[in-house]
Design a protein. Structure first.
Ligand SMILES: [Zn+2]
Ligand SMILES: [Zn+2]
Length: 145
């Protein structure tokens, strides 16, 4: 005799199963969602701790000083002098944790251009990143010989 039991939704299922197929699908989705939430939480905590670390503080100051406090996007693209108050990770922390203190991955920006760059990332991340790497390169060629 095949044993049957009730799923949480009331459907009759084989006793060896936990859910009917539609509840199983729902359960898997909920589990994936919970994992995503958990991962994001961990990632946010890790990022917050990083931004408060002395290593970041030192690197950030170094980058601001290296480019004379200038926003490189304003300088090369808008042909304007604007002062940087943000050091942006071209490859973001969540995409490449290993480059978090890599000088070649960091670019100084004013907060308005920082916001602009992040919205450009939403439209075309790869090309925006290439543009930013290019600005660093231009600075290096022009001012560092
Ligand atoms: Zn069910
Ligand atoms: Zn940023």
């Amino acid at each position: 005799m095949l044993l049957k039991k009730l799923c949480r939704c009331g459907t009759l299922i084989d006793a060896g199963r936990k859910y009917c197929s539609s509840c199983e699908r729902k359960y898997q989705q909920e589990k994936a969602e919970a994992n995503r939430y958990y991962d994001k939480n961990i990632r946010d905590k890790k990022a917050a701790a990083f931004y408060n670390s002395p290593e970041w503080e030192t690197t950030r100051k170094y980058v601001l000083a290296k480019y004379k406090g200038l926003d490189l996007y304003a300088f090369f693209i808008e042909k304007k002098i604007a002062f940087a108050d943000t050091v942006h990770h071209i490859e973001e922390l969540r995409d490449n944790w290993d480059r978090r203190l890599d000088i070649t991955n960091l670019i100084p920006l004013s907060s308005s251009n920082h916001n602009r760059i992040h919205s450009m990332y939403e439209k075309d991340k790869v090309n925006t990143q290439n543009l930013l790497f290019g600005l660093r390169e231009r600075w290096r060629e022009t001012y560092e010989g």
